[in-house]
Design a protein around this ligand. Structure first.
Ligand code: ATP
Ligand code: MN
Ligand code: MN
Length: 297
């Protein structure tokens, strides 16, 4: 199904100089700033379509994941690298500008800036009011088995298929899975969010013992919250291939549906094992993502 998509033999080059390349970002794992840059060089060709020319929110931890500084940032900061561009939100006339990157220099600038998580909008800045993906975020409560999260992802896949959409799955690198449907950018934000909401509600109505479609934490235990709220204008979800600022240096990893049942957990893929995976796998599990996009009916 996926096109053969071998990674290029040469890593992309960057003009951005990393200062203190041996600074530890994940100290327990020995992962340095340089190691993070090397990881992103290895996954860049696969990651770029989900990252370039999208408004971005960044989780910056200048002293690494065990440091005290932790900034969730949507706007520019003092001394920001010029490869991180500022862009005006067309609907936020008086507000502050947002951030985006255009190329691998931009991603290296994010590494230099200690952006250990990258959370894009589900839209490109060329077509700002028409999202090009739907993200269904599966958030298991306490005591939910991993196998139940996998079943929920398969259920979301079937429901999206029944509505004429293709769906792709990735680990969150945290506690759950994200099922992502590519869209031809046609419907607006309100329509896309309503669609995601009704999908979540249909799941909680059909299997209330398993699923919740409201963010009521009290009832979360034993249930999977079908978090459709990633799909509103201005909402973000962690990018495919982004690292997470959590122990183990996990990443949000695109998977093939056929391998999902063998994946041991939401943080199974890490900075330590992904570069080898992308080098040795014959194809990119999300290689068809944008080819599979259809408009929301
Ligand atoms: P998990 O599997 O643990 O649920 P996740 O990526 O689905 O991982 P979170 O990291 O809990 O979920 O984040 C939820 C959403 O809120 C993310 O999609 C992200 O874009 C956004 N977000 C994350 N951190 C912050 C923050 N500090 N402030 C505002 N929004 C945030
Ligand atoms: Mn989640
Ligand atoms: Mn969530």
């Amino acid at each position: 199904m996926s096109p053969q998509n071998p990674p290029p033999s040469h890593p992309p080059a960057s003009d951005v100089v990393l200062t203190h390349p041996d600074r530890l970002y994940w100290p327990d794992e020995g992962v340095t700033k340089q190691a993070l840059a090397d990881y992103y060089a290895a996954v860049w060709p696969f990651m770029a379509p989900y990252l370039v020319n999208r408004p971005l929110a960044l989780l910056r931890l200048p002293d690494g994941i065990k440091g005290h500084q932790r900034f969730f940032q949507k706007h520019a900061w003092k001394g920001m690298n010029p490869h991180i561009e500022e862009i005006a939100d067309p609907q936020d006339i008086d507000g502050e500008k947002l951030l985006r990157i255009a190329d691998f220099n931009g991603l290296t600038a994010l590494v230099q800036s200690a952006a250990l998580e990258i959370h894009p909008w589900g839209t490109t800045t060329e077509n700002w009011e028409r999202p090009d993906m739907i993200t269904m975020d599966l958030d298991p409560g306490e005591d939910v088995a991993w196998s139940a999260v996998i079943s929920a992802a398969l259920d979301v896949n079937a429901r999206l298929k029944a509505r004429g959409l293709a769906a792709f799955v990735k680990t969150s690198g945290g506690k759950g899975l994200h099922v992502v449907a590519p869209l031809a950018p046609k419907a607006g934000w309100a329509e896309v969010k309503d669609f995601a909401h009704s999908l979540a509600e249909s799941m909680s109505a059909d299997e209330p013992e398993k699923y919740l479609s409201t963010a009521t934490k009290a009832k979360r235990g034993g249930h999977i919250y079908i978090d459709y709220l990633r799909n509103g204008r201005g909402s973000t979800a962690v990018a495919a291939y982004s690292t997470r600022a959590r122990p183990g240096a996990p990443v949000s990893m695109p998977l093939d549906w056929s391998e999902l049942e063998e994946v041991s957990g939401p943080a199974a893929f890490t900075l330590a094992n992904v570069p080898q995976r992308v080098e040795t796998r014959p194809s990119d599990p999300w290689g068809d993502f944008f080819d599979a996009a259809v408009p929301l009916e």
